[in-house]
Design a protein around this ligand. Structure first.
Ligand code: FMN
Length: 226
């Protein structure tokens, strides 16, 4: 019988030798560069390549992180959807500054964004809500996200009540407590792992705090020490 040996974490490391990121190969604006890396991530076998870490802070400046799904990006910024009464939403109401991290480390890549969050329009939230599977729509109604509940049965019975309210063929209403956020970027950093930890880091910083992602003139590019 062989016993499972826990790995010695000090010895767990990957060598990053799959490419590089140079100024000459970088797009002139963060949107074009992000789109190229997004296409590579989407074509790879990374599960849920649109999963990103969202960091927010509470009123006392204490950070929290969680995964959310990127549901769109364009010259305005990066869009995700959530419950407007959730912990993250309460935090963004107090302090809209957030950070995103795309953990594409199987490609030896990472993109990090700092920026300012704002709600998207009701029409944009509605359009996405209507595109979701019905089960997800009902779950958005059933979940008072981030609240303590006594047990799972509470959640499931709420779901069943809602399924009866909107039976097959009847479209659920769009909850007014649910919708999207747009993260308008202040910085977008592209990281590529290199041998011996001499990684490439190229960071776009918006000249005026925030800027349209597709306007090269509005961004300053700097190389950052790894
Ligand atoms: C891969 C993955 C994707 C997720 N996507 C979302 C999402 O798009 N929106 C969302 O509200 N929660 C999403 N979640 C759940 C969040 O991580 C989190 O548990 C939830 O939003 C509550 O966070 P909060 O209490 O900090 O507000 C996702 C979780 C995982 C693991």
């Amino acid at each position: 019988m062989s016993l499972w040996e826990p790995p010695n974490l000090a010895d767990v490391r990957v060598s990053y030798d799959s490419g590089q990121l140079g100024e000459e190969g970088l797009a002139g604006d963060p949107l074009t560069q992000f789109r190229q890396w997004w296409q590579d991530a989407a074509a790879s076998d990374i599960p849920e390549p649109n999963a990103m870490v969202l960091a927010t802070v509470d009123a006392a400046g204490r950070p929290t992180t969680r995964m959310v799904l990127l549901k769109g990006f364009d010259e305005r910024g990066f869009v995700f959807f959530t419950n407007y009464h959730s912990r993250k939403a309460e935090q963004m109401a107090v302090n809209p500054h957030v950070s995103l991290c795309f953990p594409w480390y199987p490609l030896h890549r990472q993109v990090t964004v700092t920026g300012v969050s704002q709600r998207v329009s009701g029409a944009e939230s509605e359009a996405y809500f209507r595109s979701r599977p019905k089960g997800s729509q009902l779950a958005a109604w059933a979940s008072r996200q981030s609240e303590v509940i006594p047990n799972r049965a509470v959640l499931e019975s709420r779901y069943q009540e809602l399924a009866a309210r909107w039976p097959a063929g009847v479209e659920p209403a769009v909850p007014d407590f649910w919708g999207g956020y747009l993260v308008v970027a202040t910085t977008v950093e592209f990281w590529h792992g290199r041998e011996s930890r001499l990684h490439d880091r190229l960071r776009f910083t918006a000249n005026d705090g925030t800027a349209a992602l597709d306007r090269p003139a509005d961004w300053q590019l700097q190389r950052i020490s790894p």
